[in-house]
Design a protein around this ligand. Sequence first.
Ligand code: FAD
Ligand code: NAG
Ligand code: NAG
Ligand code: NAG
Ligand code: NAG
Ligand code: NAG
Ligand code: NAG
Ligand code: NAG
Ligand code: NAG
Length: 649
Amino acid sequence: MVLLNALLVGSLAALASALPHAAVKRQISQLRHSYDFIIAGGGTTGLTVADRLTEAFPEKSVLLVEYGEIGYAAGIFDPPQTVWGESRASASSFNFQSLPNPDVKNKTALVFAGKVVGGSSAVNGMFFDRGSRFDYDAWTQAGSPEFDSSEDKWNWNGIFPYFKKSVTFTEPSADVAQKYGYTWNMSAFGGSTPIYSSLPPFLWADHPIARDTWKDMGIRVANECAGGDKEGLCWVPISQHPVTARRSHAGLGHYAAVNDTRPNYDLLVKHQVTRVLYPNGTTSGPPLVEIRSLDDDHLFNVTTKAEVIISAGALHTPAILQRSGIGPASFLSTAGIPVVLDLPGVGSNLQDHSGPGVSWNYTKPNNFSPLPSDMLNPIFAADAAAGFDETPARGPYTLAMSNSAIYISLPNITIDYMKIINRIYRMVDDGSAASYLPADYNSDPTLIAGYKHQLSIIADLLKNPKAPSIESPFATGTSVRAFLLHPLSRGTVRLNLENHLLQPILDYRTASNPVDFDIHLAHVKYLRRMIGTDTMQKYGTLEVGPGPSVQSDEALINYVKDNMTFSFMHPCCTAAMMPREKGGVVGPDLKVHGADGLMVVDMSIMPLLPSSHLSATAYAVGEKAADMIIKQWSKPFNGHELRATLRPA
Ligand SMILES: Cc1cc2nc3c(=O)[nH]c(=O)nc-3n(C[C@H](O)[C@H](O)[C@H](O)COP(=O)(O)OP(=O)(O)OC[C@H]3O[C@@H](n4cnc5c(N)ncnc54)[C@H](O)[C@@H]3O)c2cc1C
Ligand SMILES: *[C@@H]1O[C@H](CO)[C@@H](O)[C@H](O)[C@H]1NC(C)=O
Ligand SMILES: *[C@@H]1O[C@H](CO)[C@@H](O)[C@H](O)[C@H]1NC(C)=O
Ligand SMILES: *[C@@H]1O[C@H](CO)[C@@H](O)[C@H](O)[C@H]1NC(C)=O
Ligand SMILES: *[C@@H]1O[C@H](CO)[C@@H](O)[C@H](O)[C@H]1NC(C)=O
Ligand SMILES: *[C@@H]1O[C@H](CO)[C@@H](O)[C@H](O)[C@H]1NC(C)=O
Ligand SMILES: *[C@@H]1O[C@H](CO)[C@@H](O)[C@H](O)[C@H]1NC(C)=O
Ligand SMILES: *[C@@H]1O[C@H](CO)[C@@H](O)[C@H](O)[C@H]1NC(C)=O
Ligand SMILES: *[C@@H]1O[C@H](CO)[C@@H](O)[C@H](O)[C@H]1NC(C)=O
């Protein structure tokens, strides 16, 4: 194992230094006349699919079109970070500011998304958890009964093998495991894909305070949370190499690691997929792909023989579809785009994790050492930087954002949980649920039907004592945040009417369904119980936020609004895998309803958010989608006739 790791370190370093000189394509003259597959978006999911297709089909060509550049993707806290917790602004990201949120004091959401080969996996917080089994079972319920007969199962049992395949998890050394009390269960892992995850050889000294506090609260300590059972106090791996502690991302693991042996894998950077075109109608695909050079604005079309796969992420995928005339007819006509296919779900159903925090201070002396404030000491900081370059890497820079968290179900959070659940069932039964939807949903019965179906599924999830409602991660410091894992509110992504090629407009509509406030309230009340625990009281802990004077529900909701983080950077679900009659955009085969030869494969396809950060799920979705595509196209290749026999019209 040590030898293998040493080899990996060597090749990883070589790849990283080679990256800026990659033989990627930069202009149209370098492309072929036609491809078998075109993938729009070289991010977490798109690169996974491109890798698998070029591996499985040496005779077929794949063009991956990426908006950003190839580049070295720094870890979230790589040196020379001096003050912990300040992520650097990055040219490798799209930065969005949402429309004002009327239910949260008209404040706006700040949302980032990767704009680089690797996509968001190259800029994210490297927290690498999977959802709970009930989250993926809920995806299947969202497609039931219409999709029940499909071979493609997206429930936990259907996706778990792809979670395993998608990552190489490396066990910590025995002394590191003993020092921090790490636990894990290898039966949740077993893959050998060069996307790495590991438990770091460093934790800040106040880390055990949070864990002991949570144990004081009676929270169950889980041995492993990646195997589908995810309620309790969890250790969470970081998406980084186990020896070098460098960020592991899709650009390294699914391009740089394989491209030298894949003459059929063309990566075109600095180009935008503007739209797809169906000159012969949407039942006669695959469509043409129109691509724009970001250098000279030149537009050109590329043809495909098999499939066009849109993987531009949950914010840009709906923009590509809308520019193509595939989306809500009413919006398309406002935008002056001829309607090619009326699919109201395109850019609808936007969800994200959000939430306020609880904070405290210590009034009795403590000797926690080291803490991030030690980074201000030049000797400590220099040693930390030196440690990061050792083999294996050691010290503070080997710890990304965080690597433990609690995930607690609503029944374990409040004895009043049925009040919240019943309020959800009531708004489904009496139809009032629809009144919380975006105004432009109301002309469309399919979106309303789909939303009511989703709310019933969420109510069932929230009732389940094994399905988490809150996540609260911790690494160091004097605050924790309360992620609302299953929001009921829905927003939209719509083209910018001034210029359709610019970033789309996000309407987050955070907490527009008032039940989200009920749940935030329960979460805050639960987390503030941390302050009174024996562990916290040993250090004379006082509550700072919400603060002792904030007690009534009304005052607490006001605090929630003041302290809200609108986006934990998990936008999703804007081309949902749901039936067309329930406002869905793709089927369980991830093909766009009614559009031949066109698929969506990224975080847009989830009907509902999982109880996790999204990158591990993005890789698993890419692996499973690739497997489905490979199965379909492994049969004798005969263009349209074959597709017609495989797919009912
Ligand atoms: C700042 C940040 C922090 C995060 N923290 C975490 C975390 O700690 N843990 C975690 O698990 N998840 C985290 N996430 C979320 C997770 O990384 C993403 O949800 C996931 O990687 C998304 O995968 P994707 O394939 O859907 O899209 P992406 O990986 O975003 O890929 C989309 C790609 O498409 C490209 N693109 C867009 N439009 C076009 C176009 N028109 N033509 C061509 N290319 C286009 C983009 O440049 C991008 O490369 C974070 C995300 C961000 C942004
Ligand atoms: C593969 O990528 C590497 C690094 O990204 C680059 O140096 C190399 O030239 C590429 N090879 C081919 C055949 O494109
Ligand atoms: C939010 O903005 C809208 C539109 O400008 C305005 O009507 C409303 O009063 C504002 N709400 C708050 C709470 O400021
Ligand atoms: C590891 O997970 C498997 C599968 O869930 C389970 O059967 C086994 O008991 C677990 N082992 C430990 C030590 O928890
Ligand atoms: C949640 O409650 C159930 C039933 O009381 C209990 O078995 C479980 O351990 C609790 N979970 C946590 C994380 O404490
Ligand atoms: C449309 O049909 C014409 C005539 O059959 C054919 O030549 C062309 O390739 C088709 N275009 C696409 C994108 O399918
Ligand atoms: C792309 O194809 C469409 C449909 O055939 C055509 O209208 C358009 O002019 C083409 N664009 C370019 C740049 O060739
Ligand atoms: C801790 O917080 C309390 C309550 O907000 C405040 O009164 C006190 O001054 C703070 N003490 C320290 C040491 O920061
Ligand atoms: C929430 O409150 C904490 C302190 O109580 C503060 O540090 C943080 O910045 C606040 N966050 C927001 C988004 O207001």
